[in-house]
Design a protein around this ligand. Structure first.
Ligand code: GLN
Length: 266
């Protein structure tokens, strides 16, 4: 039903723009021709099915629960798609493949607790932000590392291609970084004293620390960040739709409700 309404709206928009372009189209021709255009356009822009690229190794934002991918991002994406009149298909890939997947058009958007950065903005457009986050430092309970400054000269585990990876490589040099495909693997290496600390997003950090004994999160964060959805630079149509839908879901409390299901505030 909703799809039908959107298809009708799109027909109207197409008619308007065609009329505006040709200037002279009138009568039966302009009424029948755009209808076909609309069908093609809908198919091309993939409005019925949106492919979301993510890396489902990032609880509570996206993770595997049996054979399902669940989490805050998965649920927000579902709600956004519903607003737009589309369906989401989740593609689970390496974190550092998400932006290439979006820029190449293989995925419609990337949603993975992804931090907005100036550098990434050169490759993709970001929607409005939907969550605040932090990069935090995880250490062993008996560690002599008490603040970000103490990381100097230490070996820090990160997830490949994440902002943690970027900050630590930039500030401490490549030799200071140990890269892992999954954040959990970095945390396990820390548990086994193979590395000195892990720099990772605060919410997954809480999950990992609760699942591994003898670890703690330092009070002083490494960096403050914002999460948003990545869309191809030329797909402003989807960007606008996602932003409008995000606004609706923020205003009507859906986003807070979803976040509240996964993150319990102390
Ligand atoms: N927020 C971090 C980033 O965007 C990590 C995201 C992730 O590992 N899924 O780089």
């Amino acid at each position: 039903m909703k799809k039908k309404i959107i298809a009708l709206l799109m027909t109207t928009v197409t008619c308007l723009s065609l009329a505006a372009c040709s200037g002279s189209s009138s009568g039966a021709d302009s009424e029948s021709a755009p209808a076909e255009e609309t069908t093609d356009e809908a198919a091309e822009s993939g409005s019925a099915k949106l492919i979301m690229a993510t890396n489902a190794e990032f609880p509570p934002y996206e993770y595997h629960d049996n054979d399902q991918i669940v989490g805050i991002d998965a649920e927000i994406a579902e709600a956004l798609a519903k607003e737009i009149g589309a369906e989401v298909e989740i593609e689970d890939i390496a974190f550092d493949s998400i932006i290439p997947e979006v820029t190449s058009g293989k995925a419609d958007f990337g949603m993975a607790g992804m931090t907005v950065t100036e550098d990434r903005k050169k490759s993709v457009n970001f929607t409005d932000t939907y969550a605040s986050a932090k990069q935090v430092i995880i250490v062993t309970e008996d560690s002599d590392i008490a603040s970000p400054d103490d990381l100097e000269g230490k070996v820090v585990g990160v997830q490949t291609g994440t902002t943690g990876d970027i900050y630590i490589s930039d500030e401490l040099g490549d030799d200071a970084v140990e890269r892992y495909a999954k954040g959990m693997e970095a945390v396990q290496a820390l548990s086994q004293n193979k590395i000195d600390a892990v720099v990772i997003d605060n919410e997954p950090a809480k999950v990992y620390v609760s699942e591994n004994e003898g670890l703690k999160i330092l009070d002083t964060a490494y960096a403050e960040e914002e999460y948003a959805i990545a869309v191809a630079l030329d797909n402003t149509e989807l960007l606008d739709k996602l932003n409008a839908a995000l606004k609706t879901l923020k205003d009507n409390g859906t986003i807070d409700e979803i976040v509240g299901k996964y993150i319990k505030t102390e």
